[in-house]
Design a protein around this ligand. Structure first.
Ligand SMILES: [Zn+2]
Ligand SMILES: [Zn+2]
Length: 318
């Protein structure tokens, strides 16, 4: 078993398929899982994803939301198989699918042709071309904006709330604050009176810990919306279909190079860059060169393999 579920306040990205367009034995079609302590969010679901979920040891019933970037086959051909397998496994948990207009029609067509029925609660949310695509998904406030691809394609920014600072029991004891309700009030930001003296929360509670921001941006050219969604992201997952010397090809096909990904990460002041959507045409040697050239621009860069897990820490918590 490769993947493990996570502990309280832990967030991990489990890569399932890291390739592009056509699968290889090394890189499957695009899909990754964001593991948080309440469940799993899937980003895209290329063909073969349900097997990759099993190989990674993830519980499919814990997937509560699937974010779809766009309707190209390499990102959605795994959806019908996953949905029907979940039905056959007697799934009861609700599942929400968020994606561009047409995702619901895609499902309806396949369901009517293949003649299957889904009994568990299944919801679709189609995004609009307007800029106000914002919704709560698990512990994240999710914002979606259109990117620059050959078809309507959305990038996602998942932002987690800050966490309350650490309670300093020694300082509390020194100030004579008894265990119980007054300590709980202080933890919740409410001042208390002890022997006629006002105690403020900041005297015993550390500063709030910022939340993680994950930006999932594929398939796209570098563009203004991509930069906005990527701004100060803790982890930026970005289209790196081609190596740096194929910028023209990337431009023509509405994709990005590893160099453009690194430049965008630097501009956005991201914490970490994860190169994603790697074309099988590159091969292992070129992939190694892509990673090297990206690191010269943005040192904290990884090019995850299928089944690799990357833990994402709250800023300043490592
Ligand atoms: Zn693609
Ligand atoms: Zn595409």
């Amino acid at each position: 078993m490769i993947g493990l579920f996570v502990m309280t306040d832990q967030v991990k990205i489990q890569f399932l398929g890291t390739g592009a367009a056509v699968p290889s034995l090394r890189r499957g079609l695009p899909s990754l899982a964001i593991l948080h302590d309440g469940g799993i969010i899937l980003c895209d679901i290329g063909e073969g994803t349900q097997l990759n979920i099993l190989r990674a040891g993830l519980p499919p019933s814990k997937i509560h939301t699937i974010l779809i970037s766009h309707l190209h086959g390499d990102h959605i051909f795994g959806l019908p198989g996953f949905l029907t397998s979940q039905q056959m496994m007697d799934r009861v948990n609700p599942l929400t699918i968020i994606g561009p207009p047409g995702i619901r029609q895609y499902y309806d067509h396949i369901r009517s042709i293949a003649g299957f029925d889904i009994q568990y609660p299944l919801y679709f949310k189609e995004l609009t071309q307007e800029e106000n695509n914002s919704m709560l998904v698990g512990p994240f406030q999710v914002t979606a904006k259109p990117l620059e691809h050959r078809t309507v394609c959305y990038g996602y920014r998942l932002s987690e709330s800050p966490k309350a600072g650490k309670f300093n029991s020694q300082a509390a004891a020194a100030l004579g604050i008894p265990e119980g309700s007054q300590r709980r009030d202080l933890q919740q930001g409410i001042p208390v009176q002890i022997n006629g003296k006002l105690i403020k929360p900041e005297q015993v509670v550390g500063p709030p810990v910022p939340g993680r921001i994950i930006a999932y941006l594929t398939d796209t050219r570098p563009c203004v919306n991509a930069l906005e969604l990527a701004r100060t992201a803790t982890a930026l997952i970005f289209d790196s279909t081609f190596s740096g010397d194929h910028a023209e090809r990337a431009q023509q096909t509405f994709h990005s190079t590893s160099v453009q990904a690194a430049e965008l990460a630097r501009q956005a002041v991201a914490g970490q860059l994860l190169l994603w959507h790697i074309s099988i045409r590159n091969g292992e040697e070129i992939e190694a060169a892509m990673l090297r050239e990206a690191r010269t621009i943005f040192p904290n860069t990884l090019m995850p393999a299928d089944y690799e897990t990357v833990e994402i820490f709250r800023p300043g918590q490592r």
